[in-house]
Design a protein around this ligand. Sequence first.
Ligand SMILES: O=c1nc[nH]c2c1ncn2[C@H]1C[C@H](O)[C@@H](COP(=O)(O)OP(=O)(O)OP(=O)(O)O)O1
Ligand SMILES: [Mg+2]
Length: 198
Amino acid sequence: MMNIKQLVLASHNAGKLKELQAMLGDSVQLRSIGEWSKVEPEETGLSFVENAILKARNAARISGLPALADDSGLAVDFLGGAPGIYSARYADGQGDAANNAKLLDALKDVPQAERGAQFVCVLALVRHADDPLPILCEGLWHGRILTAASGEHGFGYDPLFWVPERDVSSAELSPTDKNQISHRARAMDLLRQRLGLK
Ligand SMILES: O=c1nc[nH]c2c1ncn2[C@H]1C[C@H](O)[C@@H](COP(=O)(O)OP(=O)(O)OP(=O)(O)O)O1
Ligand SMILES: [Mg+2]
């Protein structure tokens, strides 16, 4: 398909950069869009797909390089899929700790069986800003929302996301372990196939 050595990652999230670079290995160098601009585009889409494409196009336009975007979030069953695409903005832009506190509060007194949730990740790759055929890959990760934060690794909602296949929170997984089973790992696996990298 395409031979890519360098990609701009259309993200200002250091956690994503670390995870995606680890998954890609040495063959592709990811450079953060932060090297070009600190301004984050408004995520006006109504879906992970739309927001991922919007971020990728913006980064390709600014950098002149092919761009990869990751739009992700946490969809909680009891909340009808919220916060979903609004996960980063759940507590009105006050950051991860405030988001997690708001989620715990929203699920106060909700029993175990009704605390199901999934992490969603959509990766979008555009070869240039106006690419008419973005490559799209998605990954889901099923788990449950804990009743208290646990673990120090990862970022975002990781301390609240219980991973059934390991019986720990995703913040208790080592980075290597998370990168083998997460929503992002699944999406990246598909992307590597599409790019002929595996
Ligand atoms: O593996 C994850 N472990 C924990 N939390 C996660 C994960 N993956 C996404 N999340 C959360 C973080 C944020 O609340 C939202 C993503 O929002 P999203 O807009 O895609 O990313 P962002 O604003 O942090 O960075 P950017 O848009 O510049 O890529 O979902
Ligand atoms: Mg964002």
